[in-house]
Design a protein. Structure first.
Lengths: 254, 428
């Protein structure tokens, strides 16, 4: 395959799901306009949700979901061994995501609440990097379709992807959105890594921080502003902890 | 006549492909008898009922959405509805219309994903949609056009198709402008011809011949084919109110599955497109009825492979009804799309027809507006038992017919796929 006169190899790609909602994989299948171009650019050799083909010769592995069982740990390690590049895809894989909300309770209480005394094979919530080395983190809940495509183009061309270092707030201003903080909504846009095109504030919902912290984020200042606007400590903590993206930020964590 | 009964067989499918989530099919035949036949849901649970505990109610629909990447709009709607019913909030008319439109967008996106990406490869003898893009580009184009419209509609109506942004307790975070609704209506018109192409495609697919009469459970519509709220009915004559969902589902736990199973009047029941179609045929849009006739699909069918066809009929329904809803909204005053509410101690249930069947969310709320207890009963939960019994009957019949192992494997996989199981969801 040639692109801009350069001969390119079509990298072999595998997409693997663990504990999660599989919404990030769905974002890939939802790339309607250029799905064919995308599938021409790479060779999908293992993607259980949409294909019965299952080959083990993938070079790049995309991991969807967090890790909660021993069998998942073993499966993930096997994938890591095979893949030259391993991408953690989405908030569950990168951060543990909303799954961490259950970590507020003991594992035995968690199981009893849902399954009573029945035996269930589960363990603590781990992000992918807690188990194996991760080469690239593609953030978001769910991942953004354009950003996924942008990443794949970089991988095909062999260029290291540079994710935005600045916060969502910058993108939000670029889109000329009205500031939801000014409208009285809580928003973590000033401290959350950009790349989502400020989709939540655009739709009149404050940012929930699903993409994790931006570089040099000024948490103290944001929390101060939120307090001034009358949000309670409890309310702030609830939002900051939702995706497990900002551990250690709140005084109560320290 | 020689009977060619299958003497021995061992099928062990780990993580069935082209379904959402992780499920295994195990079939073992010994001495011509079925020794084991299981549909095992091995998905790892996430314990959403626990995650909800202690959260402010405003977070509930946002968390609920994360249960499923495909039907997240349904989850957000069921959770919001549970809380709104608990607090006795009536959301403004335009907001309920936008919610229903978003629901329709999700139904279209989910059904078309299933029909094209998960089901069609079986009938075209390919492992996935990927080779179809080259071998049958017009099929791929049809799939892409329909899915594109469905996702574009969801993006406009509630911000995003996966994990919607605009659904909040009391209504919506914002409402699309009239101009945008007009453009969406135009896009809808341009998409409708692709639905008819899909109909032609599926007319050419012969669904396997298999029947197991079962109880079919769905919402019952009032004036409209049901999607959001209403009475619960079954084809065995049970009728209950939305609040009585527990006695309609009767969840129980089994050893071989992390998904709870359910039952009502018999050993299992089924929910989803075929149940809705059978229980609410009279309320389908005339164009959907026309599509059903084209597929030879009539109420009273109990062939689970016909789930595929019932989903296609529903695609027609949601498209044509969306057009009517859009035109109505364009002429309406849409300035009020959300209302304020006060929290208090209460509890409520929200039932919604997700693409794969009835979905229930229950929330108990404290005086401070925190979730004290949550319960979710998922469509695939309710179908897993029915799939299990279907699989038994199917395999037993195929053994007696002396069907080859490969064919038994193929038809078993297609049976499970027809239900379009959403396994992560069912384990939640």
């Amino acid at each position: 395959m040639k692109y801009l006169g350069i001969t390119l190899e079509r990298p072999k790609i595998g997409v693997f799901d663990f504990t999660g909602c599989e919404g990030c994989q769905l974002q890939i299948a939802n790339k309607e306009e250029d799905l064919k171009d995308l599938f021409d650019l790479v060779e999908i050799v293992n993607f259980r949700e949409i294909s019965s083909d299952r080959r083990e010769d993938y070079e790049i592995a995309f991991i969807d979901g967090c890790i909660t069982t021993d069998s998942e740990v073993a499966r993930l390690k096997k994938i890591r061994k095979q893949a030259g590049i391993l991408v953690a895809m989405g908030a569950c894989a990168c951060l543990g995501g909303v799954n961490n909300l259950r970590s507020r309770f003991s594992l035995s209480d968690v199981i009893r609440e849902v399954y009573d005394r029945h035996h269930i094979n589960t363990g603590p919530v781990r992000k992918v990097a807690d188990v194996v080395h991760v080469d690239i983190e593609l953030p978001g809940c769910p991942i953004s379709k354009p950003e996924f495509e942008w990443l794949v183009r970089h991988l095909v061309l062999g260029i290291e992807p540079q994710f935005p270092k600045y916060p969502v707030c910058v993108e939000c201003k670029q889109r000329l959105n009205s500031c939801v903080l000014d409208m009285g909504l809580m928003c973590l846009g000033p401290v959350t890594r950009a790349g989502c095109n400020a989709v939540c504030p655009r739709n009149r919902l404050g940012c929930w921080g699903c993409r994790g912290p931006s570089e040099e984020a000024n948490f103290e200042s944001l929390i101060e502003i939120l307090r001034e606007k009358g949000f309670t400590e409890e309310h702030i903590a609830e939002r900051v902890k939702f995706f497990n993206a900002f551990s250690g930020v709140l005084n109560s964590d320290r | 006549m020689t009977v060619k009964t299958v003497k021995s067989l061992n099928i062990d499918i780990k993580h069935l492909s082209r379904v959402e989530g992780h499920g295994d099919i195990r079939i073992r035949v010994e001495d011509g008898k079925l020794a084991e036949c299981t549909w095992a849901v091995v998905e790892t649970p996430r314990f959403f009922e626990v995650m909800f505990k202690g959260l402010s109610i405003e977070m509930a629909p946002i968390l609920a959405a994360r249960i499923c990447g495909i039907c997240s709009i349904s989850h957000a709607l069921a959770s919001a509805r549970a809380i709104e019913r608990a607090l006795k909030i009536e959301i403004p008319g335009p907001a309920s219309m936008i919610r229903l439109l978003a629901k329709h967008a999700e139904t279209l996106q989910s059904h078309s994903l299933h029909l094209f990406f998960l089901v069609a490869p079986d009938f075209l003898n390919v492992p996935s949609m990927i080779p179809i893009m080259h071998t049958n580009p017009q099929v791929a184009e049809t799939a892409v056009k329909i899915k594109w419209f469905a996702n574009r509609a969801a993006d406009l109506l509630v911000g995003r198709s996966t994990h919607p942004i605009g659904i909040k307790i009391g209504g919506l975070t914002q409402i699309p402008r009239k101009m945008q609704l007009k453009e969406l209506a135009k896009d809808l018109d341009a998409t409708i011809p692709y639905l008819w192409k899909t109909l032609d495609l599926f007319k050419g697919f012969k669904m396997p011949d298999f029947v197991r009469e079962t109880e079919l459970v769905s919402l019952r519509g009032v004036n409209r084919y049901p999607f959001i709220g209403g009475d619960l009915i079954s084809s065995d004559g049970v009728r209950k109110e939305e609040d009585e969902y527990r006695s309609m589902t009767n969840e129980y736990i089994v050893d071989f599955s992390n998904s709870k199973l359910t039952r009502l009047s018999r050993e299992s029941f089924a929910v989803g497109a075929l149940a809705r179609f059978n229980n609410n045929y009279d309320l389908l849009h005339p164009k959907a009825k026309e599509a059903a006739e084209g597929l030879n699909l009539r109420p009273g069918v109990h062939n689970p492979y016909f789930y595929n066809l019932a989903q296609l009929v529903e695609c027609f329904h949601v498209m044509y009804e969306s057009k009517e809803l859009l035109l109505e909204l364009i002429d309406l005053d849409t300035s009020k799309f959300s209302i304020h509410y006060k929290v208090r101690r209460c509890e409520g249930i929200g039932a919604v027809e997700a693409p794969r069947g009835i979905l229930y969310h229950y929330h108990r709320i404290s005086d401070e507006g925190k979730i004290e207890k949550a319960d979710c009963v998922i469509p695939t939960n309710q179908n897993n038992g029915n799939i299990y019994y279907d699989l038994h009957k199917l395999v037993n019949e195929l053994i007696v017919q002396g069907m080859e192992g490969k064919e038994i494997e193929r038809l078993s996989q297609m049976l499970v796929r027809a239900y379009d199981p959403c396994i992560s969801c069912s384990v939640h």
